[in-house]
Design a binder for this molecule. Sequence first.
Ligand code: KPL
Length: 303
Amino acid sequence: MPPISMIKHVTIIGQGAIGTLWAYYLSRAGFKVTLVGRKSLASVLDLQITLPNKQQDTIALDYLAGQLPLEIDLVLVTTKAYQVNDALIPWLGQLTAVPIVLMHNGMGSIDKLPLTEAHQILIATTSHGGLKLANNQVIHTGLGTTSIGSFQGISHAAGRHIAKRLNQALPQVQYCEDITAALWTKLAINCVINPLTAVNECRNGQLSAQQYQPVIDRVCVEISQVTARLSLNLSYDYLRGLVNEVINNTAQNYSSMHQDIANQRKTEIDFITGYVIEQARRLNIQVPENELLLLEIKRLEQG
Ligand code: KPL
């Protein structure tokens, strides 16, 4: 692993709201960022961003279609969970000596990747809010934090080093030795807020209304039963408290699933609620509330 200041060339695969936010903040912090995609677009993208304090900024970002740049110190994969395979598999052969950070909502996508021992993989989860209005326009709707941890092929020391470097661009980035617990925590938050805001067509903050408390309780109870069997220290009280905190902190946001349904896009439900259901089945635990929410989202996706 090069010294911290040597992580300079960052390739970003996935130009949704989160990938675009990272591209902006990394570039502003002096990193050499290249967006890699499949569409043939101009090789320089003039990005306009609205910052959380409502100020506007613009920045020029390099874009490469269908090929990787020559210099890469770090790869950030910020596609939706269901796109990770298609987006990353074509490059996996060329990315054996480079740390790859997978950053998306949900869990389970990594299990489907044909990784070898040579791949250096980290997983990250972020609570920053973003809204992509057009290819060159994004709003940073809410400040959040990012947790990152090693999944395979990379030591905790090297992982901490990467976290520190990313923290220089978009703080707070914290390194977690137990990234699984951080991922389940975010999964629980997403299992509550995402389907409920999509089904009820509301902003995150509206879930603090009395009428939604029983269903939120049931989803949190089910998830804490699953995490208990996985020996993760995530009690119902802890998860319930965090869910309330995120509902309040992101009160004005529309969740990503709400945005997906409103824009008639596929959602990440299979990697959020679907992942919980899959683990629950394996452990013989009943999760009827999560099953109901999955069905409702599938119905909305088809509609
Ligand atoms: O991660 C989110 C999402 O919208 O996907 C939350 C935390 C629910 C914030 O909106």
